[in-house]
Design a protein around this ligand. Structure first.
Ligand code: NAP
Ligand code: MG
Length: 476
């Protein structure tokens, strides 16, 4: 079995106990990673603290140069990184390779963004010189989920390092391998030892020890609402800032005048990418009653044509991340059947043959979902699309905003006024019209309304989460 080490202060660190990493396409163990606890977290945080005294003083151009070199190394190793990401997450190979490209893009983008990230001067009066400057927090803690390990690593680490912070990251126990590989590449790029540490292990132990550590200055968390609450409490105890990127129950809203040639593939891809295990998955389809039947029929056809198989065979749909996740999704389907919803496509686990012991599930379409039922309200995190019809734009807005979440939304219409009205009225961090997602969207500020979280990552906005502003006042 392959033993992979944590990266602390530029060194490989092992622990006596380990955590197994499975290939969800086969159910087989592919690696063992360290089961870090408070001792390793302490080492990592103190390494980051020591490094931060130097790193914050490195000239912006030199920091940017190292980040650009890091981006080049990620591009050089794109195929290896993509292969590893596909293996540990179950996502189709070409999606994983694309994730590697986006990972490189984050480091390029933030290298450039930080070089033009200036403070301002404030013209109070003739006798005073006032200016603002951005300063790093110091040591930043990062806890990330298993669905997009490389992309989320990059979107949180790139701006943090660019602003002069030093980082300790804990990936999810299910998919820690690419984060560890990236930490080694960062050293090869010339990042000082200790500036970026990756500690593995369980959330309740490694994650809790990191987010509860007395010497961190900021937390960036991406994951579920439930764990987000725990982390926000840990941050509140020590009065440090936290960015929460949490879950979603995002709607695709299809009006009667929508261009179905665009809407059908848009809606299908929004729920099948990463087998629906995406925070911004378009997991609810709100459709005008006049086009309901035709749209449902076309999605049924599209689902019937989806190719399903192991990540490395690079088809459209891979497995879910774990047996536990598949059971959770299936329990939503049982509940929906009991609530009078109609399963019009899929609905079952897939086993045997090419599916072997992997955690596969059919793409599933459920019609006439009560918007107030669990399937209409809760994040399922699987390839399951819940359909609800609406009568008019007011009802569409009411249903769209009728959950606790507000991460993203898609609107499909040819009418300019409907499009803009929806952008204004839907409570979500990103609203797309006649498209969904933005191929990674490195440049676009991203984050939640309501329980989808607070703070923003991505885009130039993302730099601000990793810096604090200081005002200097000089009497002349
Ligand atoms: P999760 O269960 O909340 O776990 C996220 C991370 O938190 C993992 O690294 C986990 O470690 C760690 N963790 C668990 N308990 C902890 C604790 N008590 N203290 C500190 N850390 C702890 O989420 P997940 O199952 O990995 O990912 C799925 C969720 O992430 C979904 O809700 C999804 O919507 C959300 N998500 C949001 C975004 C976004 O940008 N808004 C993006 C992707 C995913 P272990 O797993 O190792 O225990
Ligand atoms: Mg987990």
């Amino acid at each position: 079995m392959k033993q992979v080490a944590a990266v602390i202060n530029g060194e490989s660190i092992q622990t006596r106990n380990t955590v197994a990493v499975l290939d969800p396409s086969s159910g087989e163990v592919i690696a063992e990673t360290p089961d870090c606890g408070p001792a390793e977290i302490d080492l990592a945080v103190s390494a980051a603290r020591r490094a931060s005294h130097q790193w914050r003083k490195v000239a912006v151009a030199d920091r940017a140069r190292i980040l650009r070199r890091f981006a080049q190394l990620i591009e050089r190793d794109r195929d290896d990184l993509g292969h590893l990401e596909a293996l540990q997450t179950g996502k189709p190979l070409r999606q994983a390779r694309r994730d590697a490209e986006l990972t490189a893009r984050y480091f390029d983008f933030y290298a450039s963004a930080v070089e033009t990230h200036y403070g301002s001067s404030i013209p109070l009066n003739a006798d005073t010189m006032i200016f603002t400057q951005w300063e790093p927090h110091g040591v930043t803690a990062h806890v990330i989920p298993w669905n997009y390990p490389m992309q989320i690593f990059a979107r949180t680490i790139a701006p943090a390092l660019a602003m002069g912070n030093c980082c300790v990251l804990k990936p999810a126990e299910e998919a820690p391998l690419t984060a560890l590989r990236l930490a080694s590449l960062a050293l090869e790029a010339g990042l000082p030892a200790g500036a970026l540490n990756v500690v593995t292990g369980y959330g309740e132990t490694a994650g809790a020890a990191l987010t509860g550590h007395s010497d961190i200055d900021h937390i960036s968390f991406t994951g579920s609402v439930e764990v987000g609450r725990t982390i926000a409490r840990a941050a509140a105890n020590r009065v440090i800032p936290v960015t929460l990127e949490l879950g979603g129950k995002s709607p695709n809203i299809v009006f009667a005048d929508a261009d179905m040639e665009r809407a059908v593939p848009g809606v299908v891809n929004a729920i099948l990418q990463m087998a629906g295990q995406t925070c911004s998955a378009g997991s609810r389809l709100l459709v005008h009653e006049s086009v309901h039947d035709i749209l449902v029929e076309r999605i049924q056809q599209a689902f019937a044509n989806v190719t399903i198989g192991p990540a490395l065979s690079d088809l459209t749909l891979g497995p879910l991340i774990s047996q536990a996740q598949r059971s959770r999704v299936l329990s939503f389907l049982d509940e929906a059947r009991g609530n009078g919803a109609k399963i019009v496509a899929g609905g079952s686990a897939l086993n045997g043959g090419v599916f072997g012991e992997g955690f596969f599930l059919q793409p599933t379409l459920i019609d006439d979902v009560d918007p107030d039922s669990p399937l209409g309200q809760e994040e399922v995190f699987g390839p399951v699309l819940a359909v609800t019809r609406f009568r008019d734009i007011d009802e569409a807005v009411q249903f769209a905003n009728g959950t606790d979440y507000g991460l993203v939304a898609g609107v499909w219409t040819r009418d300019l006024s409907t499009a803009h009205r929806m952008i204004r009225e839907v409570l979500a961090g990103q609203v797309f019209v006649n498209t969904y997602g933005a191929s990674g969207g490195v440049e676009l500020p991203f984050g939640g309304f309501k329980r989808s979280g607070y703070g923003r990552e991505k885009g130039a906005e993302g730099l601000r989460s990793f810096a604090q502003i200081k005002t200097g006042v000089v009497a002349l």
